[in-house]
Design a binder for this molecule. Sequence first.
Ligand SMILES: Nc1nc2c(ncn2[C@@H]2O[C@H](COP(=O)(O)OP(=O)(O)OP(=O)(O)O)[C@@H](O)[C@H]2O)c(=O)[nH]1
Length: 464
Amino acid sequence: MVLDNLGSSLRSSLDKLQGKSRLDEDDVEEIVREIQRSLLSADVDVSLVMDLSSSIEERALNEQPPGGTSARDHVLKIVYEELVGLIGESTDIPLEPQTILLAGLQGSGKTTTAAKMAWWFSTKGLRPAVIQTDTFRPGAYDQAKQMCERAEVEFYGDPDEEDPVKIAREGMEATESADIHIVDTAGRHALEDALIAEIEEIERAVDPDRSLLVLDAAIGQGAKDQARQFDDSIGIDGVVITKLDGTAKGGGALTAVNETDSSIGFLGTGETVQDIERFEPNGFISRLLGMGDLKQLSERVERAMQETQDEDDDWDPEDIMKGSFTLKDMQKQMEAMNRMGPLDQVLDMIPGLGGGFKDQLPDDAMDVTQDRMRAFDVIMDSMTENELENPRTVGASRVRRIARGSGKDEETVQQLLEQHKMMEQTIKQFQGMGDGDMQRMMKKLQNQGGGGGGGLGGMGPFGD
Ligand SMILES: Nc1nc2c(ncn2[C@@H]2O[C@H](COP(=O)(O)OP(=O)(O)OP(=O)(O)O)[C@@H](O)[C@H]2O)c(=O)[nH]1
């Protein structure tokens, strides 16, 4: 992910400061060098790197850490603030009726982003519609239509019409009752005059409230020119960076945002319609530095729980806190967990667990965990309703039968039962808690959010 190396290399330099209360010049120099190396290798523009590192250096040497703050936390706070400053505010995208025009080169992810954004707006209670004006790429119409069906949002396109401006105009009329109009445009492999002329005409036809430039995170320094040209022709209000789930470096996109004085609106983190996040600078940088992102995490948990519940009216996660925790509850929780996205993305959001914790895991740890969850799911599918409701009645002979029925070994069935027991015990502890205890525990968790070293309570996402 973008600047991924920054998180891990910075953490290892910061860990060397453990126990120190004051920084000397050598410490600061080493950290600044780490930051420079990571940013440059992530394709961030050289002059930007120099500006950023000199202000970090200056502040680290001259600012007095507030009483009781360790040298490590002091530097972490400065780096965090400077990175948030570099990325700037999130693009202003209010939750109100509006028209959004998407622009960008071929393959940057516009069509996918249009459907994802529509899905995102629909989760906020608005009625979005996607208008597909890409008459250049064969297949764009079907792709957009299918994604919109998956996102359960309105779609307009006309595969028989060749004039994109006409489609745009007619699309706006046909989807008049929608609150949000997202207009997808055609991309070309390079910025040609024809593309610019076409998008200018579409812009006049739909009169957007916002125009967003869609950039692939893999784009290098070319992003700067692209952003400028699109900005000159239609005016860019914000950027969507896509494919952040890949190995892309992302620095080029960040440079483009900074150079054109624009901002980031959304991040694309996968190929399905739900793989989109509203960009929040605090949470983003916090995650990057291994400090977690509670806000994003709780949004995902809430959404996943809701969807799991929508699918099965008989299941209500709130009942877990009141009654007994059955294997059926565990299966539903695993379903919800799957809906939250890839495990490594989720881990990044947990304060203290992200970055540093992940660095210590063997490379295949995520796959192993996910394989195990899948095996548990298969096993639970071959258990009877009674066994799922009363796992304590499952003795050795039933374990054998379940193993045979599910095609898994007995050991895995035992592991599932053990795991259930552990979760049941944890839930019991929660059940004994009053609201006040819960809040105290959450506070404690938040204050532990410094990624291994002392807490950074009150800073960034933890203070909100
Ligand atoms: N992994 C990943 N893939 C993505 C993401 N966004 C888009 N893609 C993939 O990137 C490819 C191109 O995306 P499109 O949405 O078709 O791009 P486009 O900009 O509309 O392309 P043109 O219509 O040719 O201009 C598709 O295979 C998408 O599935 C993302 O956030 N993560």
